[in-house]
Structures are given as structure tokens and as C-alpha cells.
Design a binder for this molecule. Structure first.
Ligand code: THU
Length: 130
């Protein structure tokens, strides 16, 4: 299934009564399977979760830990980039060259990579003692 179709479809299920800003995310993992997520807000605002986090959680719950491609879509004037926390979450499971497509519901797309989204990312090897 195309990431665009998957992300567009799951976005409809977003629970965003506070921001009214629905986001959909789709990830193609190493197996080729596609995992999706949408934002899920909460009346206690900080408890809300992003679409990317939902897709990553679905992927890991299914037993996969490698992202090969990601797609994020929202109804915004320009393709909305992932928030800082989601950049770190994506980076955990994706190499720097992995392609991330950011899209608007009106059809605009921007292509970027994990490395471009999070230059200088904190990674496991930074915890190696010198
Ligand atoms: N949101 C996402 O789901 N992903 C992003 O990358 C940016 C922001 C959600 C969080 C919140 O529910 C709403 O968009 C407004 O910030």
C-alpha cells in the first residue's frame, strides 16, 4: 500500500478536539509492511501523542524496529515538519538517509531525510565512555 494513501486515511481517525489539527503518519518498515498512526490528544494537553509516535508504536508492537520510509500529512498551508520529539523518535529507528515525505492535504509534498531533520542527533554511541 502507498504511504500517501495510508497516511491520508489514518489521518481521518485523528482525535484532535483541542487543536483541530489532524495529522496522519505512515511508516514502511524493513519487512515492507506499512504501519500507521494519528495524533491522539487529551484534555490534559501534555498527554497527547503525535501521529509519528503512534505509527512507531504500532511498528514496534508488531515486532519491527527498522524504518525504511516515512510519510506525514496534515491540513496545513505548507508541509508541516515533525516536531522535535518526533524527529528523535524517528531517528531511533531510521538511518540518516531514510526518506521522509511531508505533505499537505491539498497535494504539496516536501522530501527530506532523517539526517536533515535532526542534524547532530543524539545516538547510542554518544554514551560510549571515552
Ligand atoms: N502533531 C503531530 O501529530 N505530529 C507532528 O509532527 C506535529 C504535531 C500533532 C500534535 C497535536 O495533536 C497537534 O498536531 C497540534 O500540535
Amino acid at each position: 500500500m502507498s504511504l500517501k494513501i495510508a497516511a491520508t486515511s489514518v489521518r481521518e481517525n485523528a482525535y484532535a478536539p483541542y487543536s483541530n489539527f489532524k495529522v496522519g503518519a505512515a511508516i514502511r518498515a524493513a519487512s515492507g509492511k506499512v504501519y500507521v498512526g494519528c495524533n491522539v490528544e487529551n484534555v490534559a494537553y501534555p498527554e497527547g501523542t503525535c501521529a509519528e509516535a503512534g505509527a512507531i508504536a504500532a511498528m514496534v508492537a508488531a515486532g519491527e524496529t527498522q524504518i525504511d520510509e516515512a510519510y506525514v500529512i496534515a491540513d496545513s498551508p505548507t508541509p508541516v515538519p515533525p516536531c522535535g520529539g518526533c524527529r528523535q523518535k524517528l531517528q531511533e529507528f531510521a538511518g540518516g538517509t531514510v526518506r521522509v515525505t511531508l505533505a499537505t492535504t491539498s497535494g504539496n509534498e516536501t522530501h527530506t531525510t532523517i539526517a536533515d531533520l535532526l542534524p547532530g542527533a543524539f545516538a547510542a554511541d554518544h554514551m560510549t565512555k571515552s
